[in-house]
Design a protein around this ligand. Structure first.
Ligand SMILES: C=C(O[C@@H]1C=C(C(=O)O)C=C[C@H]1O)C(=O)O
Length: 366
């Protein structure tokens, strides 16, 4: 696909064509500051050491409300799972090993992720998939963008997803974050569903997982803000597939740090990495293959420094022929995690993407 789409309930940024690519965050931020670019769109990968996708687009369309895609996006092609990496039982084993490490080491939390490889009968149009995701997940931030600028491994690839998690947003001197961490699958029965949410809100394990993320964001934002409002306890939010613990954080920025630099400062949070962050990133690099743009961040930043950056989860990377897709899901592991429940949590999270493609996932073992 050409360009970049970020559709949220209140606003859509749709950009096409490229005037200029940037190699890193400081050069993009500098071009905005100097007035050489009015808007930068793109994505940062999960690993802070890998190439970014940051571009000044040729044309930009900013509209109120969610993206109004094509009148009739048509049917999506039939899609099936061709591989799971690692196999579900190997993911369970991995989590078991991580739990052992967490019980004895200095690391308190690490996020373990797995991938599902999908094959489509016909090419899967990234924008048609995005339109379907907007329909199914009206409260999420739906994105679709070309990843070619990240190098040969990504030529012609695109990333499509519907994320419930805001990494950071800036409007003038106001900075907002809404980290999510702590998850429970939704239930078909309304009473069981309500109970699953309440149990999540009272779960010491999930509150601890969540607390690490909030502490990280507080520690990164505090030096940049004259005021910072961090709720003492998280609230419950729902997607059609899962419950999450969420903390709406608001601050007043001291100086003109732009939204892109804020994203770079915060990313990846312990919601996707773990705590302490460097030790968790090291463990992830030893236990998993490169996450590419899964767990990264997707967004835009304008010349005033305003912008929105969304955590790239509930997403898939589409190959250049659009017949293959890789979807990821992960979850925070702490010393008292149950490995089978952690597998189920990733399955519930995968439903956001797989459900939009009409692919069935295994029912919850819980
Ligand atoms: C890693 C994912 O989600 C993240 C991990 C969560 C958790 O561990 O509870 C919750 C929301 C996200 O921050 C994912 O969706 O793949």
């Amino acid at each position: 696909m050409d360009g970049f789409l970020l559709s949220r309930a209140d606003r859509t940024v749709h950009a096409t064509g490229t005037r200029r690519f940037f190699d890193d965050v400081p050069s993009a931020s500098q071009a905005l500051r100097r007035g050489e670019a009015t808007l930068v769109v793109g994505a940062l990968p999960f690993s802070p050491h890998r190439p970014v996708v940051l571009a000044q687009p040729e044309e930009v369309d900013v509209t109120d409300g969610p993206w109004q895609g094509p009148e009739d996006p048509g049917e999506l092609p039939a899609v099936r799972i061709s591989a799971e990496v690692p196999l579900p039982r190997v993911h369970v084993e991995r989590v078991r090993r991580l739990v052992d490490r967490l019980s004895f080491g200095e690391t308190k939390k690490v996020v373990a992720a797995r991938r599902v490889v999908l094959e489509a009968d016909e090419p899967l149009d990234p924008l048609a998939l995005a339109a379907r995701m907007i329909e199914r997940h009206p409260d999420a931030a739906t994105f679709a963008l070309d990843l070619s600028a990240a190098g040969e491994r990504f030529w012609g690839h695109s990333l499509v997803g519907a994320s419930p998690e805001l990494l950071v947003s800036r409007r003038g001197s106001t900075v907002t974050c809404r980290p999510l961490a702590g998850t429970a699958a939704r239930r078909a029965d309304p009473e069981e569903d309500r109970r699953a949410g309440e149990e999540l809100l009272a779960s010491a394990k999930n509150l601890a997982e969540h607390g690490y993320v909030v502490d990280w964001i507080r520690s990164r934002l505090a030096p940049l803000c004259s005021e910072l409002d961090v709720p003492g306890t998280p609230e419950l939010v729902a997607t059609p597939d899962v419950w999450h613990l969420a903390s709406p954080i608001t601050g007043t920025l001291r100086d003109g740090i732009d939204a892109l630099t804020l994203a770079w400062t915060l990313h990846p949070t312990p919601a996707l990495a773990g705590t302490p962050r460097e030790a968790a990133l090291d463990l992830i690099s030893r236990f998993e293959e490169d996450r590419r743009f899964f767990g990264g961040t997707v967004g835009w930043c304008d010349a005033e420094g305003d912008g929105d950056w969304i955590v790239a989860i509930r997403c898939a990377e589409l190959s250049s022929d659009c017949r293959r897709a890789v979807a990821w899901a992960g979850g925070g592991i702490v010393a008292d995690s149950d490995p089978v429940a952690e597998l189920d949590e990733t399955t519930a999270k995968l439903r956001t993407l797989l459900g939009a493609l009409g692919v069935e996932t295994a029912p919850d073992a819980g």
